[in-house]
Design a binder for this molecule. Structure first.
Ligand code: GRG
Length: 296
């Protein structure tokens, strides 16, 4: 299969969904809606919603009613990027190839745009219209999955340890904690949202969870490698920012070559996790490979 055309088709569908989820910029108070939209439509790859859709498709489900649920993963991901870029956190000037949200709208509006996106995710998930297609007990399981992955035992926790580790000689288990929590839990949750929506049985759910964990790890190793080898115009942010900030990364422990080897090994494990799935899981298999071959 051609993963590039699959990704581009799904990205279009996700973008159309997101367009409907967030209020138009002209709605009062327009500054906040404009800032939310500025970051949300800055050209993200939409990896997380696409993983949810591909997981549901792997189980043979129709995905029209999954789209708003999958879109919430992108709302939360975008909030985390806006907050991560703030001067109080990573203090970055560029994201997705353009000035960061706070550079354009100021810090206060950027903080609120992040808050707005995060809360909008739960407005969408708990919207009574969702219950027409997804039973309440499954919606609650999905909300629990997303909120836990984004919260202190997931992304927020990972971000805290990441910040507190800057400039310190951390050990590898601490780096692993940062990776699995800061990036990994939301990626795993994306796959599991698709699985919950498609009513995966226990065996399939466990396999998809393992796949999600391996893909999350591969994604982060690839991100660490791109921070060294990427081109600014492709990755859309400054190259070498981890080293400048005194952050330990996969390559700083293992070197570039070994990191690349491990990324391939982890992707192989992700693909092995799908051994009981038929060809409907091919997009998931190709996505895992794409994640370490991407240039941005
Ligand atoms: C502020 C609570 C809070 C958390 C921030 C996600 C995050 C945690 C920080 C971002 C720092 C970073 C570069 C992490 C590496 C992995 C990552 C999330 C990369 C960006 O995600 P992509 O590649 O970006 O999916 P696009 O732009 O395609 O959406």
């Amino acid at each position: 299969m051609d993963i590039k055309s699959y990704l581009s088709r799904k990205k279009d569908i996700v973008d159309k969904t997101l367009e409907k989820l967030v209020p138009p910029a002209k709605i009062f108070p327009s500054s906040i809606h404009e800032a939310m939209r500025y970051s949300l439509f800055a050209g993200g790859k939409r990896v997380r919603p696409i993983l949810a859709i591909a997981a549901a498709e792997a189980l043979g489900a129709k995905t029209a009613d999954l789209l708003p649920l999958a879109g919430t993963l992108e709302l939360i991901h975008t909030y985390s990027l806006i907050h991560d870029d703030l001067p109080a956190m990573d203090n970055d000037d560029f994201r997705r190839g353009r000035p960061t949200c706070h550079k354009v709208y100021g810090e206060a509006i950027a903080i609120l745009a992040g808050d707005g996106l995060l809360n909008m995710a739960f407005e969408v998930l708990s919207d009574p219209r969702r219950r027409k297609s997804v039973p309440a007990n499954r919606l609650i399981a999905i909300i629990r999955e997303i909120s836990t992955a984004s919260g202190v035992s997931g992304m927020v926790g990972g971000q805290v340890v990441d910040m507190e580790s800057e400039g310190k000689d951390i050990d590898f288990p601490t780096l692993e904690y940062i990776h699995t929590h800061k990036t990994g839990t939301l990626i795993r949750a994306s796959v599991r949202v698709g699985a919950l929506y498609a009513r995966a049985g226990k065996r399939h759910f466990t396999a998809l969870t393992h796949y999600g964990e391996m893909v999350g790890l591969a994604f982060q190793i690839a991100d660490d490698i791109l921070d060294i080898t990427g081109k600014q115009e492709e990755i859309g942010k400054d190259v070498g920012s981890d080293i400048k900030k005194g952050k330990k990364t996969f390559p700083s422990f293992y070197g570039l070559e070994e990191s690349r080897r491990r990324a391939v090994e982890v992707v192989d494990k992700a693909i092995i996790a799908l051994k009981d799935f038929d060809r409907k899981a091919n997009p998931l298999r190709e996505l895992a490979k794409y994640i370490i071959n991407r240039v941005h």
